[in-house]
Design a protein around this ligand. Structure first.
Ligand code: ATP
Ligand code: MG
Length: 612
């Protein structure tokens, strides 16, 4: 079995996946204007030490050739229309880590061109998630919407150079005119409007004279292009709608394709990394930038007053992170929230960062996972077991140990007096001394887990049996002298005697193999524990003819209401614990009350899904 994340990665990812920047089918024929920096400082830049991938190789080459003036400037560009998920974490780790490794910069830019689905709530949660993952963006948070004025001016520039026109085709007509994958499109009847007419109409679109959909601004490229994205794509549409950042200032909004490349250019981004679905959009990305005056882009850019020669950003695509047993599309996640399939975006079963955080995932475990998954151009599906391994590995090393009884059975230690209270000292971690020690109170009445007692033990049972002995973890060996049952025959209490000569030493003249966990009944704290498991029970909960609603794991949440946890847990500086013999758990800060703490199971001690 693979032991490390790296080994697991090699099991699940195709070998040699993702080599080199691929060229795209479509070639634009406008003069490429690459400007080289006069004095390259690439020699002084630290080369990446992390595992190589095609993007790091590309950046190393760019630094050697001085292509972007020896700079590395990336960005993470979320659309604030939902919460971030584990797929986004891959992009975040990639962009921010590259900037760190190369002593470059990484911006956070909200790609907020579609106000209908966006909100401040999502903006706030995204910022919070990125900080939580341990990254900080360069300078202020950016918003594409803060470039709306510049974007408008550039659109006017395109109109003036005959590269854009105002089109009056309805959405449906535009679809008809666009053609298909096998047939070229047809020119819009408005394609040859005069520049003056276009300028006038575009200004009136902005002024709010027309209703939604009456006009759009389109790039004049090629309706016969084999790449449909190049068939006179829409640059601006009319939307009389309030924007979370710009209020009611605008009633025309630029499209993603038009906005993204210009935003990159304004921010002086060097490497614009995105996922594969944008590969076919790259020619458009380049077309727009190369059809604008470089000097005017530079003039509004962050590099306007810098020593650097101005070089246009370049887009490079990598494969999305896909996980089996998981859906990550924001649209589906939103549906699951709205339909009440889960209890909100931060439900611990959600693959959102907010959900994973509440589930007890640590930032380090997610970063390690993303690093081990690697970056490739080839699509692949990563086994969820890898993510689970990452969190288990991190918590095994860093989570303090504690005892919590999930399904309590009362045990009276008859050797002790009524008021017996013994403070036992236990180490918080078997290997990590820095995690310190805690005191665990032992009293006459304790609880053990029901499953740790069998009146008639099955073969091989090493825990407590009627008349048998077992060691209480970190304490004494006890013997079950009497089993008390209720009228229905259910065991309600065990009376046990304590061998006082067994604290920290073996019992005389006999072997006691079993060790069970326990908690003082009077000193322990009543808690609710939520046993979370995978949300889906099938490997591919999404796809053609698959409704994810029918793939839900009915046992993804089991509520345990009567658990008892040792008191030290509530005073701990950590919110993640290994509850001995039960799994890794975390304190749920949302639903816990002063009277009753709630703990979420992050992950079991061992993988029960792999079939091994
Ligand atoms: P979804 O597909 O879940 O709706 P999205 O791509 O629409 O997500 P954005 O907010 O546009 O979400 O994404 C921000 C950045 O995160 C983009 O650069 C996008 O390419 C990247 N990203 C989104 N999903 C993944 C994923 N599964 N793996 C890696 N990167 C991703
Ligand atoms: Mg998107």
């Amino acid at each position: 079995m693979a032991e490390t994340l790296g080994e697991l990665a090699s099991v699940f990812l195709p070998q040699g996946a993702g080599q080199g920047r691929q060229s795209c089918d479509f070639q634009f024929n406008h003069g490429l204007q690459y400007y080289h920096m006069t004095a390259s400082d690439s020699d002084t830049k630290q080369q990446a030490t992390a595992p190589s991938n095609f993007i790091r190789n590309m950046i190393n080459q760019d630094l050697e050739s001085g292509k972007h003036g020896g700079r590395v400037h990336t960005r993470f560009p979320p659309e604030p229309n939902g919460y971030l998920h584990i797929g986004h974490a891959k992009s975040i780790c990639l962009n921010f880590s590259l900037a760190q490794e190369y002593q470059g910069q990484c911006n956070l830019r909200f790609d907020d061109t579609n106000p209908a689905k966006e909100s401040q709530e999502f903006v706030d949660s995204i910022k919070d998630n990125i900080r939580w993952l341990g990254f900080s963006w360069s300078g202020e948070v950016r918003y594409s919407s803060s470039y709306f004025d510049a974007l408008y001016d550039f659109a006017v520039q395109l109109i003036n150079s005959g590269k854009a026109y105002v089109c009056s085709l309805s959405a449906e007509q535009a679809r008809e005119f666009r053609g298909t994958l096998t047939e070229p499109g047809k020119n819009s009847p408005d394609r040859d409007r005069t520049i003056a007419e276009n300028l006038d109409l575009f200004a009136r679109m902005k002024a709010g004279e027309f209703p939604d959909g009456a006009y759009s601004l389109r790039a004049k490229i090629d309706m016969a292009s084999p790449n449909i994205n190049m068939r006179d794509p829409v640059l601006y549409r009319i939307r009389h709608i309030h924007h979370h950042q710009t209020g009611d200032k605008w009633c025309i909004y630029p499209t993603y394709d038009y906005t993204h490349c210009i935003s990159d250019a304004i921010e002086g981004i060097t490497h614009s990394l995105c996922t594969l679905e944008f590969e076919d959009h790259r020619p458009l990305y380049d077309w727009i930038l190369h059809n604008l005056e470089l000097s005017s882009l530079r003039a509004v850019s962050d590099l306007a007053d810098s020593q650097y020669d101005y070089v246009l950003p370049e887009q490079t695509e990598f494969a999305k992170l896909k996980l089996n047993y998981t859906v990550v599309g924001k649209r589906t996640l939103r549906e699951m929230v709205e339909e009440g399939i889960v209890d909100g975006w931060d439900d611990p079963r959600m693959p959102t960062l907010a959900g994973m955080r509440r589930r007890g995932f640590t930032p380090a475990s997610i970063r390690n996972f993303c690093e081990s998954v690697g970056v490739a151009r080839a699509e692949s599906v990563v086994d969820l077991g890898m993510l689970e391994h990452a969190i288990r590995d991190d918590l095994d090393k860093h989570a303090p140990r504690a005892m919590c009884v999930l399904n309590p059975l009362k045990v009276t230690l008859t050797t002790f007096a009524e008021d017996h209270l013994e403070e036992l000292t236990m180490s918080n971690h078997p290997k990590e001394e820095s995690l310190g020690e805690r005191t665990v109170p032992l009293t006459r009445e304790i609880v053990i887990d029901r499953s740790d007692f069998e009146e008639v033990p099955p073969p091989g049972f090493k825990r407590l049996t009627a008349g048998g002995e077992v060691r209480l973890r970190g304490a004494y060996v006890i013997r079950c002298d009497e089993v008390i049952k209720d009228a229905s025959g259910e065991v309600t209490e065990l009376l046990c005697s304590v061998d006082l000569d067994t604290l920290g030493k073996k019992p005389e003249g006999r072997k006691v193999k079993g060790v069970i966990h326990w908690v003082s009944a009077s000193q322990g704290v009543a808690a609710q524990v939520r046993l979370y498991d995978r949300l889906f029970s099938v490997e591919k909960p999404e796809g053609k003819d698959v409704d994810y609603r029918e793939c839900l794991n009915p046992d993804s949440l089991q509520l345990l209401e009567n658990c008892v946890v040792e008191p030290a847990v509530l005073k701990s500086a950590s919110s993640n614990f290994q509850f001995e013999r039960e799994g890794y758990f975390c304190f749920d800060a949302v639903d816990s009350t002063a009277e009753r703490p709630v703990f979420n199971r992050t992950i079991t001690l061992r993988d029960s899904w792999s079939g091994n």
